[in-house]
Ligand binder design. Structure first.
Ligand SMILES: Cc1cc2nc3c(=O)[nH]c(=O)nc-3n(C[C@H](O)[C@H](O)[C@H](O)COP(=O)(O)O)c2cc1C
Length: 369
């Protein structure tokens, strides 16, 4: 059975998560919700937003307030975007099309994964006609087959995507213990359809003492030189996702990155990285307002969105909760997740006296002296 109606009693993202666990296969659940190793970063992301506190201002006039944001030279209805997530057909047969339909209707941005299980052209055709839509970006991993990658970028341009997001924090998969324990295997009929036809690099013959990771796999990992190459083959802005060190942030801008996403891949790559709420201020300081800085990881409440904006983010990306909504009720479920977040953001703004998100920094409770 394909669920398309909202289950009763689901009124928060946590409720969506709880219900999704009941409808998803155990190994798919482990793939979606699991993180790397001991999942310290996975948990830390959520906790860090929870631990930040808001200090309301009262009796301010907030009638006519709005959630609008400016990003890459355009104004959008609100700062909530769907993070790139692979193989959404595992959650629901309507897959990325349902996510795109819901995001477009709710004015949310959408970052489509390179490893989507739906053609990028089909997603663009669903998303772009919505007048009140948010941004539509295409996420890339650096592919060793550069000719194929160039064609993929040209397809994203032709389909009408607004920007490219190169993910730089996952040159290899993290040690995802929960997923391996559950024996997760992607079903053969769910594939990265946009990558069909690419030539996988030949495995290198290793000498004794060489490492399969360092002497083969990592020889294809992205380096700073690749940013110049990517920029040379596209007229779209290129953002980098997974930059967390201030020096890397400065280097990214020097290489012409149009923006950054502070991310630890939702705790799926290197465990024991700091939470993104802790990383964001340092990156913002390094960037010094020269480019938009977005953040993802552990955003589960409208108050989390307000806190991210208060720290100085330009927008936020939301990952797993979207998959939970998709599993629970297809497009209706994703729309509900995004609606909940947006409603909670508006309530939090009203209760803290923010007329716009530019007021957000003033309502963050500063601890310490
Ligand atoms: C199932 C799953 C698949 C993902 N696939 C991708 C991907 O293809 N590309 C990418 O850049 N990030 C990918 N991510 C990471 C997300 O874009 C995002 O950084 C992370 O999920 C945010 O954390 P959150 O899930 O706590 O909101 C994936 C995350 C999940 C949970």
């Amino acid at each position: 059975m394909t669920p398309v109606e909202l289950p009763e009693g689901v009124v928060s993202l946590a409720d969506h998560e709880h219900h999704a666990r009941l409808v998803l296969d155990e190994s798919v659940w482990a793939y979606f919700n699991g993180g790397a190793a001991d999942e310290i970063t996975l948990r830390g992301n959520v906790q860090a937003w929870q631990q930040l506190q808001l200090l309301p201002r009262v009796m301010r006039r907030v009638s006519g307030a709005n959630t609008r944001v400016n990003l890459l030279g355009r104004e959008w209805p609100h700062p909530i975007m769907v993070a790139p997530m692979a193989y959404q057909r595992l959650a629901h047969p309507h897959a990325e099309q349902a996510t795109a339909l819901a995001a477009a209707a709710l004015g949310a941005g959408l970052v489509l994964s390179t490893q989507a299980s739906t053609l990028l052209e089909d997603v663009a055709r669903t998303f772009l006609p919505e007048a009140a839509r948010g941004p539509l970006w295409f996420q890339l991993y650096l592919l060793p087959d550069r000719g194929f990658m160039q064609t993929l970028v040209q397809r994203a341009e032709a389909a009408g995507f607004d920007a490219l997001v190169l993910t730089v924090d996952a040159p290899v998969q993290g040690a995802r213990d929960r997923e391996r324990r559950a024996g997760f295997r992607r079903p053969p009929d769910i594939t990265a359809v946009n990558l069909a036809g690419r030539v996988a690099p030949a495995r290198r013959a290793l000498q004794q003492g060489q490492s399969a990771l360092f002497d083969d796999l990592m020889t294809h990992a992205p380096t700073w030189d690749d940013i110049a190459w990517l920029r040379s083959i596209t007229h779209l802005p290129v953002l980098l996702k997974g930059v967390v060190h201030p020096d890397d942030a400065r280097q990214a801008l020097a290489c012409g990155a149009a923006g950054l996403v502070v991310s630890n891949h939702g705790g799926r790559t290197l465990d024991t990285m700091p939470a993104t709420a802790a990383l964001l201020p340092r990156v913002l300081q390094a960037v010094a307002g020269d480019a938009p800085v977005l953040v993802d990881g552990g955003i589960r409440r409208g108050t989390d969105v307000l806190k991210a904006m208060a720290l100085g983010a330009s927008a936020v990306l939301v990952g797993r909760p979207v998959l939970h909504g998709l599993a629970n009720a297809g497009a209706t479920g994703v729309a509900h997740v995004l609606r909940l977040l947006r409603d909670e953001l508006e309530i939090a703004m009203a209760l803290t006296g923010c007329r716009s998100l530019a007021d957000a920094p003033g309502v963050l409770f500063a601890t310490g002296p």
